[in-house]
Design a binder for this molecule. Structure first.
Ligand code: NAX
Length: 327
C-alpha cells in the first residue's frame, strides 16, 4: 500500500469544508488507492473548534478506508506540519459596509501567517491551492512569504469558473458537457475574469460558429459566467459550496494527472500580457504529478486582449492595495 499523504485544509468547519472533506477522504481527490491524513485548521475560537470536532466525528462515522488519521487544530504550524498539499479555503468574509480594500488587507494578514507557517513546517514537496477570496491576491501573499518553495507550487482556483463556463456553453448549444472543450479562464477569480469563448470548441468545432450569436457570447454569456457566484448567493442565500468543493477536487486531481489541460491561476511571469508577479488564470498542462507547464500558444484577438487587460488591471490594483504586506 502507498504511504499516506498529508493534506491540510483551512476553514475546515466552513461550508466548502463540509462539501470537500468527505470527498477527499473517499479518494476522489488523490485516487482510490491513496491513503490520506487530514490536518484541519480552524480559527482558535470555541464555536468553530467545536464545529470542527463535529465534522471530524462525521468523518469518523464514514469509516473511510483511506482516511488514516486526522489532526484538528487552531494553529497553523500544527496544521501545515509535513503537509504535501495545503488547501487554503478559510478566509474572512466581507462584512456589511466593509470596503474591498479592508477585505484585501484583513485577508492578506491571514495569508502572511499561513505562508510563513507553510514555509517553516510543510514538506519539501508541498503544493498549495488557494480558494479563500480574493484568491489570486491571497496566493501571491502566501507565496511571497514562503521563499523555501518555488512559486509554481502555489496556485489559486479558477476551476469553478471554467466549469461554469463549460456548462453554460453546453446548455446554450443543447449538447452534452463532454462536447465542450478548450474553454479556459484568464485573469482574476472575479466578475472581470475572461472566459475565453474565442478558442472554445463544441463537438470539436469553433464554439462561436456553433452558437452563431456573437452578441450573446459577448454581452450575456461572459457577464453570466462572471457573476454566477452572485447569482448563486441570490438564489440560495449562501455562496457556492458544493460546486466550489467539486472544482477544488478537479483542480488538485488534474494537477496530479499527467496530460490534463485545465485553467489554473499561476504566477503570470508576464504571459498573455499579464503583469509580472500577479497570479492570473490561464491554461496549464500537467507534465508530471504536481508539475505543469503553461500553455502559451493561444493567439488573442483585440477583443480577447481588451478583456485580459481589464482583469489584469484589477489584479494590479489588488496588489497595489496590499503592497505593504509584501516582503
Ligand atoms: P465559510 O464562511 O462557510 O467558511 C470559512 C471558514 O474559514 C469558517 O469556518 C472560518 O471560521 C474559517 N476561517 C476564517 N479564517 C480562518 C483562518 N485564518 N484560519 C483557518 N480558518 C479560518 O465560507 P465558505 O463558503 O466555506 O468559503 C470559503 C472561502 O472560499 C471564501 O473566502 C469564499 O469567498 C471562497 N470561495 C472561492 C471560490 C473560488 O472559486 N475561488 C468559490 C467559492 C467561494 O466563494
Amino acid at each position: 500500500t502507498k504511504t499516506p499523504i498529508r493534506v491540510a485544509v483551512t476553514g475546515a468547519a466552513g461550508n466548502i469544508g463540509y462539501a470537500l472533506l468527505f470527498r477527499i477522504a473517499s479518494g476522489e481527490m488523490f485516487g482510490k488507492d491513496q491513503p490520506v491524513i487530514l490536518q484541519l485548521l480552524e480559527i482558535p475560537v470555541e464555536g468553530p473548534q467545536k464545529a470542527l470536532k463535529g465534522v471530524a466525528m462525521e468523518l469518523e462515522d464514514c469509516a473511510f478506508p483511506l482516511l488514516q488519521d486526522m489532526v484538528l487544530t487552531g494553529e497553523a504550524e500544527v496544521a501545515f506540519k509535513d503537509v504535501n498539499w495545503a488547501l487554503l479555503v478559510g478566509s474572512k468574509p466581507r462584512g456589511p459596509g466593509m470596503e474591498r480594500a479592508d477585505l484585501l488587507k484583513d485577508n492578506g494578514k491571514i495569508f502572511i501567517a499561513q505562508g510563513k507557517a507553510i514555509d517553516a513546517v510543510a514538506a519539501d514537496n508541498a503544493r498549495v491551492a488557494v480558494v479563500g477570496n480574493p484568491c489570486n491576491t491571497n496566493v501571491m501573499i502566501a507565496a511571497n512569504q514562503a521563499k523555501r518553495l518555488p512559486k509554481d507550487r502555489f496556485t489559486a482556483m479558477v476551476r469553478l469558473d471554467e466549469n461554469r463556463g463549460r456548462a453554460q456553453l453546453a446548455k446554450k448549444a443543447g449538447v452534452s458537457i463532454n462536447d465542450v472543450s478548450d474553454l479556459f479562464i484568464y485573469g482574476n477569480h472575479s466578475p472581470t475574469m475572461f472566459a475565453d469563448f474565442t478558442h472554445a470548441k463544441i463537438g470539436g468545432k469553433d464554439a462561436a460558429s456553433v452558437i452563431g450569436d456573437e452578441a450573446w457570447l459577448k454581452n450575456e454569456y461572459l457577464p453570466a459566467v462572471g457573476k454566477r457566484g452572485a447569482a448563486i448567493i441570490e438564489a440560495r442565500g449562501l455562496s457556492s459550496a458544493a460546486s466550489a468543493a467539486n472544482a477544488l477536487i478537479d483542480h488538485v486531481r488534474d494537477l496530479n494527472t499527467v496530460g490534463a489541460i485545465h485553467s489554473v491561476a499561476v504566477d503570470s511571469q508576464g504571459r498573455y500580457g499579464f503583469a509580472e508577479g500577479v497570479w492570473a488564470g490561464m491554461p496549464v498542462k500537467t507534465t508530471a504529478p504536481g508539475a505543469y507547464e503553461v500553455i502559451t500558444s493561444y493567439e488573442m484577438d483585440d477583443f480577447a486582449k481588451s478583456k485580459i487587460a481589464l482583469t489584469n488591471d484589477e489584479l494590479v490594483g489588488e496588489r497595489e492595495t496590499i503592497k505593504d504586506l509584501l516582503v
